[in-house]
Design a protein around this ligand. Sequence first.
Ligand SMILES: [Zn+2]
Length: 408
Amino acid sequence: MSRKEVKKKRASKKRVFPKPSRPPQPALEVSVALRDFESKQAEIVETIRQLVEIESPSDSKPAVDRLGAMLAGRFEKLGGHAMFHRTPNFGDHLQVDFAGKRDAKPVLLLGHLDTVYPVSTLSAMPCRVADGKLWGPGAFDMKSGIAFMLHAIEALRARHDDTLPRPVTVLLVSDEEVGSDSSRRITESVARRCQAVLVVEPAYGPRGAVKTARKGVGEYTLKVTGKAAHSGLDFEKGESAIVELARQIPEIAKLTDLKRGLTLNVGTVQGGTRTNVIPGEASARLDVRIAHMKDGKEIDRRLRRLRPFNRKCKLEITGAINRPPMERTPAVAGLYQQAAAIARQLGWKLDEAAVGGGSDGNFTAALGIPTLDGLGAVGEGAHAANESVVIAELPRRAALLAALIEVI
Ligand SMILES: [Zn+2]
């Protein structure tokens, strides 16, 4: 049997029927929808190219605002109501609300406008198509994801008499790549009134797995204050902050528990002034990753419980867990099952993955809102010179997003 025949057969056998408790939905013809997206592959590529060519580093408000304005226009053309959450130090966060046929809570399509690439990266790393891939800064993380939002909404409107089958809210924040400090509250308050969150961040690995678990992230600084002194004249009067810090680092390393998915990495150390001075100050910065919410409090407590070996040195620990983990709750697993069922109708086995990095989906999942991440493009090289997406994978990823909006 050819692949097409397999697709046809599965599509006819396995339609997704609405659950009895839900209002009636139109029968889903995923394979027909996929053919539509396949016929629009060149348009999707063109949209991604347009988005990549408007550079949008987190630290350039004018640049990010330019991308936000362009996208607000495109979403409004599709019938959305666009508004900006004004932000003084970062680009304004873009929210677009779409009404829907069905009286239901909106599905939130979540993503970010910003990239890690400074303005004019394009001159060294131009947007181009080669070897079946689209290359360029931010193509994978996550301008192709934004393109999927546009094309999925457009396709759904075409299928549902110029409206959407259900309400949809798009939220594109401007500071995800630098920790989401200015957007976190907005993301949480928008998500609270939504039924589910679809995060269109890059998919995982060459098979394009969606992400059903992400670690939580914390950042801490351990500062040691000792006593500076001349290393020749007053050696015994000094208290070395570097010696004390060096003794603390193995204590921190001991807190790592790989089985629990709990890791601590002392990423940088600093200290001292010159070789003939006993160092009065030293500090270390550490990255903490947790797979389970309850480990956050515990690790915070244990870090704050560190005591100096040299009683004449003082320890000061600052920092916090700033992204809670996205745990694979039954709600998250349920969304994944829905996505996997849609993929099966297309003869495609959609994998799931647990990853160490965080996204804004961590915030929404921690609120208990069903969240599925990694619905974006298949590709590689996020934040790197080889950042690219696989063009042949674009149609079915967009089809999956559209179908999920319909069935949730
Ligand atoms: Zn991203």
